[in-house]
Design a protein around this ligand. Structure first.
Ligand code: IPD
Ligand code: CA
Ligand code: CA
Length: 266
């Protein structure tokens, strides 16, 4: 881990996240502007844009040599992970934000030369702040989270979007359907970063998506790994943070290997 005052960076990032959360809560009283990006399910609002710009402006002022990759594109187009890179999803779960005004989160993952250092996930409406600094433990609202232990598959709750359980272009649905049958239950909360925070805090045991972007999982990966869990590609290979669309499989230790060997790679 590179010599830099990471506690200082963490405190700065945490203040930005809390400030952004307050901006989002205040926006509930105002009218949202809603557009869609690639398709009608791919929503973006004025708040997604406002919050990303807020992060970028503040980080650039404070740490001008750091790099920023944000979902809404106001950051940089990165071709390398050299130096410090902030992966920012200003609102993860925009559909929930628009339809439900809850179950969405701000996600900030800070990496140095490709190594995960700081992960912060803020469930804005629940006011739950999940965070980790590599080597210093992971916390929710200041309380230390317990190291993750394996769970039997029959007792596991798996986060998975229904789309991966039916015929789709990215995974053989016979694999996902037997996995869905084997676990105790499945959940789909509509915010990948929150689902990863739920694994870190022991509320769920695994999460599988065939298409995530780095800002969706960068923070959650740091939290889960800090607690001994595993976050990889769907074949168990390391994730490539520069890939904009990648499969992600996260789970408690032991369960991760078990599912890979007995379901996915079988
Ligand atoms: C989405 C959410 C959703 C996941 C999608 C993401 P967004 O992020 O995390 O749960 O299934 O793949 O794109 O667009 O709400 O930031
Ligand atoms: Ca997202
Ligand atoms: Ca988003």
């Amino acid at each position: 881990m590179q010599n830099r005052d990471w506690d200082h960076v963490f405190n700065f990032a945490k203040e930005l996240v809390l400030d952004a959360g307050e901006q989002i809560r205040s926006s509930f009283k105002t009218k949202l502007t809603i557009d869609f990006k690639e398709n009608p399910s791919d929503l973006v609002t004025n708040m997604d844009k406002q919050i990303e710009k807020f992060f970028i402006q503040k980080i650039n002022e404070k740490y001008p040599s750091d790099h920023i990759l944000g979902e809404e594109g106001y950051g940089e187009e990165l071709t390398s992970l050299d130096g410090t890179v902030w992966f920012i999803d200003p609102i993860d779960g925009t559909m929930n934000f628009v339809h439900m005004q809850r179950h969405f989160a701000i996600s900030v993952g800070i990496y140095h030369n490709g190594e995960g250092i700081i992960g912060i996930i803020y469930d804005v409406v629940a006011d739950d702040l999940y965070c980790a600094v590599k080597g210093s433990g992971a916390f929710v609202n200041g309380e230390a989270l317990a190291p993750l232990k394996s769970t039997e598959i029959g007792e596991a709750v798996l986060g998975i979007n229904a789309v991966w359980g039916i015929e789709n272009k990215r995974i053989d649905s016979s694999i996902t359907s037997s996995l869905i049958r084997a676990v105790r239950g499945t959940r789909s909360f509509g915010s990948a970063t929150l689902e990863l925070a739920y694994i870190a805090s022991g509320k769920m045991d695994g999460y599988l998506s065939m298409r995530l972007a780095p800002w969706d999982y960068a923070a959650g990966k740091i939290l889960i790994e800090e607690l001994g869990g595993k976050v990889s590609s769907v074949n168990g290979e390391p994730l490539q943070l520069l890939d904009k669309q990648t499969p992600v499989f996260a789970a408690k230790p032991g369960l991760h290997e078990y599912i890979l060997e007995n379901y996915i790679k079988k």
